[in-house]
Ligand binder design. Structure first.
Ligand code: ZN
Length: 452
């Protein structure tokens, strides 16, 4: 085959692919080179803004940061954003998100898969427009949505997916009805399992199977529930669910795949058993005691915490089993943040919004509510570089290799241009519509108030 012929075939193939997978969908602006001029940088790690600087993005990478002018070829496709001394910061990261469950109702959540994906896609666009350029998804059938975002069909954040939550019979995440019992091992799957929302596993072998199925679908980490939870009907808060051998089976399967297990756990017993089995990230932990906090600090175990707003609790009807459990857990929020600070536990931040589009809209406000325990700088470091450090535990299963959560040369270009200084006034992040003037993910601008 001669060279010219090969080239012709290749370019035909490429244009056929572009028709099949359009990279651009609507309003986002594409440019190979973007220059932010005269911005003061919050870099994701330091407590002060930089001197006025210029930041050059080429492709999806931050190529250069300089306090002196950066010369660029001012062609039509070079985008220049005059920052006017505003703040440039990393895109925000939510470390405990459920993209498939945030905006649907509980009744809808295991229903029509097509409808649920459309709702989740719309919510994913809102999530990005709130300045969240990355989420760590800790449960839900999210692989299709992630793919649609990654190929450019849907606008949304980077998604680190766990896929289905893995639980035991009657554990947190087991949303089956009593009429679904008894289950035969190896028998028919219930609706919840068919859609990939949660998988029930009652032996080390079943755990291994379900974990490996999530990894096969592209999970970046594995999510297990090691103890009771608030929203599920048959899991009292005080119970420990998986045995140590079952937890170990999950850890082993995840580690063989180069990644890790995150375990939902509230009580000291559930947390400690998970740690003994090799779990390196505890979700929630809100009923922990001092010895458990000490243990987590000593072993360098991550605490993925959420300042759950009262609205979430009040959403459960008075008299319901869920409301009673919420009343047990909520007082633990303040206590756990205090323990996390006292023992300097590695602490990630997330929201855990479930079944409420209205609450999802308050994602930034939930972040700002951390100001009850942390300085604005500590809050923003947590929601950027610290959360990114947790995401990096996915190792080779990281779907987006490259550095996120920081503004530095060589990092991926996930950036927000912000009106005002959020290091002085954290409530700025509560109103992204007004205060986030430019939103860039992976070098692509999705919102640009200057272009209006
Ligand atoms: Zn959750």
């Amino acid at each position: 085959m001669n060279k010219r012929f090969r080239k012709a075939i290749f370019s035909t193939l490429i244009s056929a692919l572009s028709v099949a997978f359009p990279q651009s969908s609507g309003a986002q602006e594409r440019s190979d080179v973007t220059l932010f001029e005269n911005v003061r940088i919050f870099d994701g790690t330091s407590a002060a803004l930089s001197a006025p600087s210029n930041v050059l993005i080429r492709g999806n990478v931050i190529e250069r940061i300089s306090t002196t002018p950066i010369a660029v070829d001012r062609r039509a496709d070079t985008r220049i954003v005059a920052g006017g001394g505003r703040t440039l910061m990393p895109g925000l990261i939510d470390a405990h998100w459920h993209a498939m469950l945030a905006a649907v109702t509980p009744a809808e959540s295991f229903g029509d898969v097509g409808y649920n994906n459309l709702v989740a896609a719309s919510e994913a666009t809102d999530t990005l427009m709130r300045g969240f350029t990355t989420v760590r998804d800790v449960g839900g059938p999210v692989f299709g949505l992630k793919k649609a975002i990654d190929v450019g069909i849907v606008k949304g954040p980077r998604i680190y997916p766990s896929g289905a939550v893995i639980t035991v019979t009657s554990g947190h995440g087991d949303f089956r009805q009593l009429t679904d019992l008894p289950r035969t091992i190896g028998g028919m799957l219930t609706r919840m399992e068919q859609v990939g929302g949660a998988m029930v596993a009652d032996s080390p072998d079943e755990v291994r199977l379900r974990v490996r199925e999530q990894l096969m679908q592209g999970a970046s980490h594995v999510k297990l529930t090691a103890g009771g939870g608030v929203s599920s009907p048959f899991s009292p808060i005080d119970v420990s669910t998986f045995t140590e051998a079952e937890l170990r089976a999950a850890v082993e399967a995840a580690e063989n795949w180069g990644t890790y297990v995150a375990a939902h756990a509230f009580t000291p017993a559930a947390i400690q058993r998970a740690i003994t089995a090799g779990v390196i990230c505890i979700e929630h932990g809100m009923l922990m005691d001092e010895p458990t906090a000490k243990l987590m600090a000593e072993k360098g175990i991550w605490l993925s915490m959420q300042p759950l707003p009262d609205e979430l609790k009040l959403g459960f009807p008075v008299g319901s089993v869920q409301r009673a459990k919420a009343e047990e857990v909520w007082p633990g929020i303040a206590r756990t943040y205090e323990l996390a600070k006292k023992y300097k536990i590695k602490t990630a931040w997330g929201t855990d919004v479930l079944f409420s589009r209205a609450l999802a809209q308050r994602q930034g406000a939930i972040l700002a509510s951390l100001a009850r325990w942390y300085t604005p700088a500590e809050v923003l470091v947590m929601a950027t570089s610290t959360n990114a450090e947790l995401l990096a535990l996915s190792g080779k299963r990281n779907p987006y290799p490259g550095k996120i959560g920081v503004v530095e040369q060589g990092a991926l270009a996930d950036l927000l241009l912000v009106e005002g200084n959020p290091l002085e006034n954290i409530s700025i992040v509560s109103d992204p519509t007004k205060n986030f003037l430019v939103i860039m993910k992976d070098g692509t601008i999705y919102k640009n108030e200057f272009a209006k």
